[in-house]
Design a protein around this ligand. Structure first.
Ligand code: ARG
Ligand code: GLU
Length: 703
């Protein structure tokens, strides 16, 4: 792509620079525990006292036995021999809210089980422990020829994977999963033990666990006590089992020791957990698409939704509970994408990638295997871009309201074959609760979509803002979705469900679908994505061949990883330096009794005034709350243990600094910081604030 001419000398010079520049990965990387030997020397040079085997070892209990995947999106760590584990407050959020009512509002007031009997079952919640992992590339790719189509390839691969999994789990209670790495250049199998009786043990009140709320989210300096506690129960044989009063606390092979020493700037630290998704190796076109097309659309549409939800929540306590979890997740992406797009612009991320591509192209010009790969990727992205743009308007915009969400379900019911429809009618809830908030969101988000998609038939028919609003209002008020009786009858009248097709809301949905998701467009999008994945497989293999001495970490894919770095402040902008720690003093500085997220509990204040912190205070007598470090993390790392040079727990990972959220695409050591809760604040809250010292007594504290 975009080849340039140059003499051999300058070519060599460029190659030399390239060879020097890529391996300098600083603290970037999410490494595979089984292959950590490759990083061991580097980790020890940076200050680690333990060995790679202490972290991952299939023959002996090791740190990995203390780390769990919490559901399918967070991490947790065992801190007691009786199955007690820590994760984030925002990870336990759904379970905390689902046990809450206005009368027993654990979300607002906190919850602490003072006895085992008081621990609350959480149906559906799983905790997954990795038993072992294995490189299964050879078996998975056996007989897959280089010129096989992607379809043939994936069929053969799926067959192999099914066989490998059945062999690995036969006669055990384990579950296995095989995942592709480097776009399918490599495959690893994970054999897991999945616990299904997990109970809520403790959560601080919101104004501690979510202190600063969405205002402080993704920001440093931070003062959020973002933790909650759960316990894993097993049957009397010590095996995973569904909830039962006969179950007993699980005894992990390993639980983490907790260090009370605290952290100093420059200290070695590593994070051990389950990062979800990164896109480290994508090309400039992909970065441009994310930063300049997808993110801005999603941000705008979420701004609209958040405005309406927040207004309602500020007015009414019941609505605050009702929308809390949903708004937290809408706001989370909204803010992250802003940081990401700004970070990419600041770093000139697209240009940086283009430069990398120029170097690659020069190297690949003499190589049949890699010569065309970037041109082909560029062509595929050029075709994908407009399709993707429409898809984003559709998924973020048309689906923004519950009203359209219900219309979507009814549309599906009305158009899918009988058997499927029957199943949907049994399983899916069609209840729609008309609210002012939802109708306002419906009208405003649809207007936005119309404005930006003037070719859409519905937009053509209602070209002015006033016409659009009037028509959307008419649709809202005349739809049978608002009528509970007709929704109740959905189940009884599956046979006549195609009648829903003439409902104005379902009709509107179907018109949007026809515009953004025709069968042709769907097919094209799928084809392009399959193509891009295949081309990326070649490109990444090429990069590895181009830089044979570099250790390339695979993109995150919700498998267990180790990220390491050091405690470090940073300069977010000119003239400003952020220290790497925060303390309880900062909570009092932020206090604002009029703003829900900045209310400080009287008890916390009185502990602060009396400086009643022992034995958790730092060496200056202050109460530490958070710290930041250079560990490369992403969504899914929430709740991950942050460990010191001796492998002891010093913090709980819960966020990244806003200025560095582009690290899913581009890591910049000057800006990328993960945010950790200092374990001493967590213990202080449990012990001194909640008077739940019995929980701290279960743990192993090292002075
Ligand atoms: N930003 C953190 C993460 O990505 C925390 C999110 C929850 N907190 C919130 N205020 N919405 O998960
Ligand atoms: N809070 C994020 C999570 O839920 C972690 C922050 C990040 O994306 O790094 O995993």
């Amino acid at each position: 792509m975009r080849p340039t001419h140059c003499s051999l000398r300058s070519l060599l010079a460029v190659l030399l620079i390239a060879c020097l520049s890529l391996p300098a990965l600083a603290d970037e990387g999410m490494w595979i525990p089984m292959l950590l030997q490759r990083n061991e020397a580097d980790m020890q040079a940076k200050g680690m006292h333990i060995s790679a085997k202490d972290i991952y070892d299939i023959n002996n209990a090791c740190l990995k036995d203390a780390v769990i995947l919490f559901n399918q999106g967070c991490t947790g760590e065992f801190v007691s021999p009786e199955g007690l584990f820590l994760t984030n407050h925002h990870c336990g959020y759904y379970y905390i809210t689902s046990h809450s009512t206005v009368a027993h509002d654990y979300l607002t007031r906190g919850f602490w089980a003072m006895t085992r009997e008081e621990e609350l079952p959480c149906p559906g919640l799983t905790a997954t422990r990795l038993v072992r992992m294995e490189d299964v590339t050879a078996q998975v790719l056996e007989g897959v020829s280089a010129d096989a189509s992607e379809l043939e390839r994936s069929q053969l691969i799926d067959e192999h994977i099914a066989y490998i999994i059945s062999q690995a789990t036969q006669g055990t209670h384990y579950r296995a999963i095989v995942k592709p790495f480097y776009y399918g250049n490599q495959y690893f199998m994970y054999v897991n033990e999945v616990f299904t009786d997990v109970r809520l043990v403790g959560a601080p009140p919101s104004n501690i666990g979510k202190f600063g709320g969405d205002t402080d989210n993704w920001m440093w300096p931070r003062h959020t006590g973002d933790f909650s506690m759960f316990r894993v129960y097993v049957n009397r044989e010590g095996k995973p089992a569904p909830y039962s009063t006969d179950n007993v606390p699980y005894q992990p092979k390993k639980h983490l020791e907790i260090s009370l020493k605290g952290v100093q700037e420059g200290d070695f630290t590593f994070v051990f957990g389950y990062p979800g998704t990164t896109h480290r190796y994508v090309t400039s076109d992909a970065v441009d698409l994310a930063a300049n097309v997808q993110n801005p659309i999603c941000i705008d549409l979420r701004t609209i939704r958040l405005k309406h939800y927040n207004n309602a929540m500020n007015r009414n306590a019941a609505l605050r509970l009702k929308y809390a979890s949903r708004v937290a997740s809408i706001a989370n992406g909204w803010k992250k994408w802003q940081g990401e797009s700004q970070g990419i612009a600041r770093l000139k991320g697209v240009e940086q990638k283009q430069e990398q591509e120029r170097l690659f192209q020069r190297w690949a010009d003499n190589n049949n295997e890699y010569r065309d790969v970037l041109t082909k990727l560029h062509n595929a992205y050029t075709q994908l871009r407009p399709l993707q743009e429409r898809a984003v308007y559709f998924s973020e915009g048309v689906h923004a309201s519950d009203f359209m969400g219900t219309a979507a379900k009814l549309f599906q019911l009305a158009t899918t074959p009988d058997s499927l429809a029957q199943r949907h009618a049994d399983e899916t809830s069609y209840a729609y609760e008309p609210t002012d908030v939802d109708s306002a969101i419906f009208i405003e988000t649809m207007r936005y979509v119309m404005k930006h998609n003037p070719q859409w038939g519905f937009a053509v028919a209602h070209p002015t803002e006033a016409q659009a609003t009037e028509e959307l209002q008419r649709i809202y008020h005349s739809s049978r979705i608002l009528n509970k009786a007709s929704l109740d009858s959905v189940k009884q009248h599956v046979a006549q469900c195609d009648q829903w097709l003439n409902d104005p809301a379902v009709d509107l949905y179907s018109s949007a679908l026809d515009y953004a998701f025709t069968a042709d467009q769907q097919h094209e999008r799928r084809r392009l994505n399959v193509d891009i994945n295949r081309l990326m497989r070649t490109y990444v293999r090429g990069l590895m061949a181009m830089y044979p001495d570099s250790n390339f970490f695979p993109d995150a894919n919700l498998t267990l990883r180790v990220a390491y770095g050091h405690v470090s402040g940073f300069h977010p902008r000119d003239g400003v330096y952020y220290k790497p720690y925060s303390t309880l003093d900062g909570i009092l500085q932020k206090e604002n009794p009029d703003i829900y997220d900045y209310v400080v509990e009287p008890k916390l204040k009185s502990l602060h005034y009396r400086r009643d912190y022992a034995p958790y205070a730092d060496e200056n007598g202050a109460m530490p709350v958070g710290f930041i470090a250079t560990n490369h993390t992403t969504g899914g790392n929430s709740g991950s243990p942050v460990l010191d040079a001796d492998g002891r727990l010093i913090g709980i990972n819960f966020d990244r600094c806003w200025e560095g959220t582009m690290s899913d695409l581009l890591f910049d050591p000057d800006y990328c910081r993960n945010i950790c809760l200092d374990i001493r604040y967590c213990l202080f809250i449990i012990d001194k604030f909640a008077d739940a010292k019995h929980l701290v007594d279960e743990m192993t504290l090292i002075q």
